[in-house]
Design a protein around this ligand. Structure first.
Ligand SMILES: C[S@@+](CC[C@H](N)C(=O)[O-])C[C@H]1O[C@@H](n2cnc3c(N)ncnc32)[C@H](O)[C@@H]1O
Length: 366
């Protein structure tokens, strides 16, 4: 048991079993021992590799996506450009380089970053110093005005709760301790309170033993964004892995050094992640009056933005070894058996905005 696991066990002895969300919040964000406080999890030497880490083209295309939408929306200036969970700052730096193709757009940008990890914030500070970013704690704290917001692999990192269908009602899946003081999953008592937290669509239809997972933080964020975009011009783009609609199963899992491990095995030392329920996220934003698009597969989204053309342009100036690396990374982004299908893009926009590029025919109908 590591130091954080011992502290979690101590809390359970005092307060009783914790919800998964409370366990995840400690494991990920504890200021002394939490996963994001203690390490840079990204890259070959970390626990996972993300799209901006694989290829500069990913951030460049998102930069062009933003520039196009900005131009077609009348080119407001200044513009809040916000990124949630910017990691090592690669997406933002590639985005800003591509944005320079449209100088008025680049001049309009005021960069805001929302980042929980002090380690990653320090990397962002170095890499993005040229853009003079401002860090804020949450979306509520972004300045008013026209805004474009982007986030890659952010929603999957937020804490989830799980509920298990019992004989008559639902119970919440919790983290408790066994007689040897090890962290274990336990199911709480069946109750009306737990049943009320299960989305209505799943509540009656599920069979005994079914598991429903919800991400209250993602739903709250979508509501805040939906309300802001209903009132003020702007758009948000999320790329992540997950399902079009709730799958009726648990997806919380953990990774360490690119290998899957048990989520309770070493809190603070492993990445915890869960599939995004895109349907629920978009519905939360739509209820506030925003327009919603997607999900569309990452392959389709990047294809529509011209990934093959950009690859060809970069390849022309590259050495053979570089060309091979470029092609390999683009295949990983697009291959349906790699990231192409698993990852999906969704967009949320103000009602008056033109439809964003890459989402043709995918507007969510009420
Ligand atoms: C999986 S990484 C993705 C990093 C980057 N977007 C990329 O694609 O390479 C998740 C990012 O979100 C940040 N993060 C996770 N939870 C957060 C939270 N609640 N608030 C702000 N940042 C958070 C992490 O520190 C990290 O930068």
């Amino acid at each position: 048991m590591n130091a954080l696991a011992r502290r979690i066990a101590q809390r359970i002895r005092t307060e009783g079993p914790l919800s998964l969300a409370a366990y995840m919040a400690m494991a990920l964000y504890d200021p002394r021992c939490g996963y994001y406080a203690t390490r840079d999890p990204l890259g070959e030497s970390g626990d996972y590799v993300t799209a901006p880490e694989l290829s500069q083209i990913f951030g460049e295309l998102i930069g062009l996506w933003c520039a196009d939408l900005w131009q077609r929306s009348g080119g407001p200036s200044p513009l809040v450009l916000a990124e949630l969970g910017p990691g090592r700052g690669l997406l933002a730096s590639d985005l800003l380089r591509a944005a320079a193709c449209v100088p008025e757009f680049r001049r309009a940008i005021r960069l805001y970053l929302i980042e929980a990890s002090p380690r990653l914030r320090a990397e962002q500070k170095t890499r993005l110093a040229f853009a003079e970013p401002v860090w804020v704690e949450q979306v509520d704290a972004l300045p008013p005005g026209p805004m474009l917001l982007v986030a890659n692999e952010f929603l999957d990192a937020l804490p989830v709760r799980q509920f298990v269908r019992g004989k008559a009602l639902w119970s919440e899946r919790l983290v408790g301790i066994d007689p040897e003081d090890r962290l274990v999953f336990v199911d709480g008592p069946e109750s009306f309170a737990a049943s009320l937290l299960v989305p209505e669509a799943s509540r009656e239809s599920a069979e005994e033993g079914a598991v429903v997972e919800i991400c209250p933080a993602a739903l709250a964020l979508a509501s805040v964004l939906g309300a802001r975009l209903e009132a003020e011009m702007g758009a948000a783009l999320f790329v992540d892995y997950g399902a079009v609609a709730a799958q009726g199963r648990a997806s919380l899992r953990a990774y360490r050094g690119h290998r899957r491990v048990h989520p309770l095995v070493a809190p603070g030392a492993v990445d915890l992640t869960a599939d995004v329920d895109f349907g629920a996220v978009l519905e939360a934003a739509r209820r506030e009056g925003a327009l919603c698009y997607g999900p569309v597969s990452q392959a389709r989204f990047l294809g529509a933005l011209g990934i093959e053309l950009r690859l060809a342009a970069l390849s022309r100036a590259a050495t053979e070894a570089m060309r091979e690396r470029l092609e390999k990374s683009v295949r990983l982004l697009l291959d349906p058996n790699e990231m192409g299908n698993l990852f999906k893009a969704v967009a949320i926009t103000s009602p008056g905005m033109p439809a964003p590029e890459g989402f043709a025919g995918s507007r969510v109908q009420p």
